[in-house]
Structures are given as C-alpha cells and as structure tokens.
Design a protein around this ligand. Structure first.
Ligand SMILES: [Zn+2]
Length: 278
C-alpha cells in the first residue's frame, strides 16, 4: 500500500499546496480521501486521475475538503467512453451535496450531451452515507469509518484502510476523540490535519481564532498518535501555512508528544507501506 498526500494545504490558498486530499494506492486500486482544491492536478502527477478512483471517501463536507468534487464528477464523466459510475462514500449530507453539485453542472452537462454524439448518458454518482463500521471491502482491502469530533460541523468521520497487513488512518479535521483513537490503534500511519495554536493566537485574527476549537493542535495530533501507538504521524493541512524554513518547529511540537516517525507533508509526499513479506 502507498499513501500519497495529494494536497497538503488548508482553506488558506498557498502557491505550492493543493487543498486537502490523500490518495491511497491499494492492492485493488486507487482510493481517494477528500477532494480539495487542485485534486486532479496532483492526482495526475501521481499517475492517477478521475477515471482511476475505485471510490472517493469524504471525511466531512467543509468546502476545502470537497471543493473539487465537481471537477472529479465532470472529468470522469466527460472522459469516459461508457458509463463509469463514481462511488462516493461520506457522512450524512453527502447525497445532497452530490445532488446539488450535479444540479450546478446542469448547463455544462447539457452542452456536452448536445455536442458529443457518443456521449449519451448523464454523470452517474453512487453515494453511500456512512457513520461507523466497514464501509468498503474488496479483495484484501477493507475501509472502516468512525465518527470524529469537529463540532459544530457534524457529522464527520475518519477512515482506516487495511490492506495486506498494513494500515493507514485518514483523520480528517477533528479534535482528539474516542472514534479516532479506536480507528488509529496500532495503525502503521496516521494522516492528521493540524493547526498551530501559538501562531494563530499571535496573529489575533478573530476568524482564525474561531478554528482553534475544532482542530487538533500539533501536540494534540502527537498525543493521539502516541496513544494509538502508530508508526508514522503525517502532519498535513497546516494552519497557518508553514513559513519557509520553519518546518522543524512543527516537527518539534509533534515530537514533544510522539516518539514514532514524523512527516511534515508536502504535496505528493509518499509513505510506502509494503505488504508483509514484500
Ligand atoms: Zn473541516
């Protein structure tokens, strides 16, 4: 299994960081987790793309995690030579989001249907809303969900992917919580969104201070990883953006609580989790 951080950014635009999105390359194909800004650009760089995804999983419906879902739906549909339904698995509300996204795309869908003789079907998106338990199973691959705590945003979920005896957890946005602890226990890797309390408080911008109460700080992500006994903690979705040359500060804050390997993600950072015996 391979974990590729497609987008390591946050809602704050940064020139070299796409929005939140992680590709997990499994023995049965590519699974996509969240679809932030620029997801298909980075997926292409990772030799994947809209037609490659076996399923798309959404941790929650905050705009930065879903903003390019429309691009995914359109590109998969417009580049297909036959109907290729897109499976989307996310928390309650996902079906409405997809329905409204397809409604937003109605003009474009109409233009292309009228123009291309060999395109005669609408985008087909198959949504499953989930909260807990096994949500995808194929071959050796199993994806399990558990609720997280990103209140007042609700519901939100994290996902654990198991394949060939290896495992990775995609936490999404959350404060430390029981659901994430349960999923992360003993995982090889934990991909965790983080914010810097010290920097946000120093900036003193009210709308940024608001986000402190529903995100994990870097040390809190470290605490969760340590409690779960994970092998590698991958920090991503850094708020505020990492200042040039200051990456070590983020690593040090996580290190204060976590004894395993720490990776500060950039776009296309890759974590290899070879199946046991390979
Ligand atoms: Zn969020």
């Amino acid at each position: 299994m391979q974990v590729i951080i497609l987008g390591s950014g946050s809602p704050i635009p940064a020139p070299d960081r796409a929005g939140p999105s992680t590709l997990v390359r499994t023995s049965v194909g590519d699974l996509l987790f969240d679809a932030g800004r620029g997801v298909l650009l980075r997926a292409t760089a990772a030799m994947s793309g809209a037609l490659s995804f076996k399923a798309v999983f959404l941790t929650h419906l905050h705009s930065d995690h879903v903003t390019d879902l429309n691009d995914l739906i359109t590109t998969r549909w417009a580049m297909s030579f036959q109907p290729t339904p897109l499976t989307v698995i996310g928390p309650a509300g996902t079906a409405t989001l997809v329905q409204r996204t397809e409604a937003m795309l109605a003009q474009d869908i109409g233009y292309r249907l009228a123009h291309h003789e060999n395109l005669s079907w609408n985008p087909d998106t198959q949504v499953t809303e989930v909260s807990e338990g096994v949500v995808f199973e194929e071959g050796d691959v199993r994806v399990t969900a558990a609720p997280t705590d990103h209140a007042p945003v609700h519901p939100t979920v994290a996902f654990r992917i198991d394949d060939g005896g290896r495992s990775v957890v995609i936490a999404g946005d959350t404060v430390p919580c029981e659901g994430l602890d349960r999923l992360a226990a003993g995982a090889d890797a934990l991909v965790h969104t983080v914010i810097r309390r010290d920097q946000i408080e120093a900036l003193g911008i009210p709308r940024l201070i608001d986000v402190l109460d529903y995100h994990s700080t870097v040390p809190q992500a470290g605490t969760t990883a340590e409690r779960a006994g994970v092998g590698t903690l991958v920090l991503t979705h850094m708020v505020p953006p990492v200042q040039p040359g200051a990456g070590h500060e983020w690593i040090e804050q996580a290190r204060s609580e976590f004894s395993g390997e720490i990776v500060l993600a950039e776009d296309l950072t890759t974590i290899d989790l070879p199946a046991a015996g390979q």
